[in-house]
Write a protein that binds this ligand. Structure first.
Ligand code: PHB
Length: 395
């Protein structure tokens, strides 16, 4: 009896000590529990394919590390954000409050990102943006715990103005979905094109994710600009390219865009896409060992061709690997974690890139043309292009 009572007393003391954190140091506890990673991405709607490509790319980077981050096993959580801005806060809260994720990876749509940004700023959860380019996330509303691995909405189009003027296109029509991504992509185009001496004769728009382009294409035909420039992506981009050709505009008025227009849609769009010129921080045809190895491994694993979204997902994984390794899996060591991520050089299939002070990639923009279902690189439109980060005060 005495022995048993003693054992009980001792084990009660042990439980007490453990729960007070006396016996197991925090780093050791961190090593033992699984690291919780939450994907908040579109798995339905016009951006569904983009969400899948991002998740695939992310998982690939982690699997290259034996499926672990800083030595820790991973548990994944998923929420379909439907590219629905009105549910952004609620969906991000599900991952942060209910699932208690250590890292939130999301999302694609700029409007939804604003919901994630609010939750990230309030909760302090590590938030990695694998696509959405909304300026505020790395400008006025930037945060120490928010890192973007993709672009800002005006980054690709900032490289486009000069390209049009060099081709002699002095009058352009702009067309897009009317929401943050389209409006901010317009800012980049407007600034670079007007600076180069071009004139935007009309801005056309329709609500996201509407694809009734017919009336707008008729208007473009009547306006007879030298070129048309646009922002569309995903399923809507494939439809725009096909409708543009069907309206008889292909071959008459050259079509330009930020490169999302021709990402992941070339099979669906077919020959209608041939000749479209875009600027983007990636191209399928980048002739580097890094890109070739990535493309081969991705195609083998997922039986799909990777696109810019897959690369961004992959780079999100690479960034997290660098951060997690620096703190040996203890993501609660925020100071060291953020410092490692801020100083990271990402050896990406797109080429090496670094983080700006505001936590957005500093990267090259390639000039590409579509030929036979491929985005072919025809030049570098801008070297080491950084977003202004205007209004962001970090470090
Ligand atoms: C965005 O909403 O920020 C967005 C969506 C799709 C893209 C690019 C940007 O391809």
């Amino acid at each position: 009896m005495t022995t048993r009572r003693l054992v009980l007393t001792q084990s009660a003391a042990l439980v007490g000590a453990a729960s007070a954190g006396l016996l197991v140091p925090q780093w050791a506890r961190a090593q033992n529990s699984k690291l919780r990673v939450g994907f908040m991405l579109p798995y339905t709607g016009t951006f569904a394919q983009l969400g899948v490509a991002i998740e695939n790319g992310f998982r690939m980077a982690i699997d290259e590390q034996g499926g672990k981050l800083g030595g820790r096993e991973i548990e994944y959580f998923k929420v379909d954000d439907e590219s629905e801005p009105s549910k952004g806060v609620e969906n991000a809260s599900k991952l942060v409050q209910r699932d208690k994720v250590d890292v939130l990876v999301g999302t694609v749509h700029s409007g939804v990102q604003m919901g994630i940004q609010k939750v990230a700023r309030e909760s302090g959860v590590l938030s990695l943006i694998p696509n959405a380019g909304v300026h505020a996330a790395t400008r006025g509303l930037c945060a120490p715990n928010v890192f973007r691995t993709s672009f800002t909405n005006s980054q690709p189009t900032l490289a486009l103005g000069d390209v049009l003027m060099k081709k002699g296109h002095k009058k352009a029509v702009w067309i897009t979905w009317k929401y943050a991504a389209g409006d901010e992509a317009f800012e980049g185009f407007r600034d670079s094109y007007t600076k180069a001496g071009g004139t935007i004769i009309k801005e056309l728009g329709l609500p996201f994710p509407n694809v009734e382009f017919q009336a707008l294409l008729t208007e473009i035909a009547a306006l007879k600009p030298d070129a048309v420039v646009c922002f569309f992506a995903g399923g809507g981009a494939a439809k725009f390219i096909k409708d543009y050709a069907a309206a008889g505009l292909k071959g008459k008025i050259p079509l330009y865009g930020s490169g999302f227009l021709t990402e992941g849609v070339l099979d669906a769009a077919g020959p209608a896409a041939d000749g479209i010129i875009t600027t983007m921080h990636y191209s399928d045809s980048l002739d580097t060992p890094r890109n070739k190895a990535f493309r081969l491994a991705y195609a083998k694993t997922f039986r799909l061709q990777p696109d810019v979204y897959a690369v961004q997902g992959y780079d999100t994984g690479l960034l997290l690997v660098q951060g997690a390794n620096a703190v040996k899996g203890d993501l609660a060591n925020k100071k060291a974690l953020y410092a490692a991520m801020e100083g990271a050089v990402i050896d990406s299939p797109r080429g090496k890139w670094t983080m700006s002070k505001a936590h957005n990639p500093v990267q090259d923009m390639y000039l590409r043309v579509v030929e036979n279902k491929e985005n072919k690189v025809i030049g570098v439109a801008a070297k080491a292009l950084a977003d202004s980060g205007a209004g962001c005060k970090l470090g």
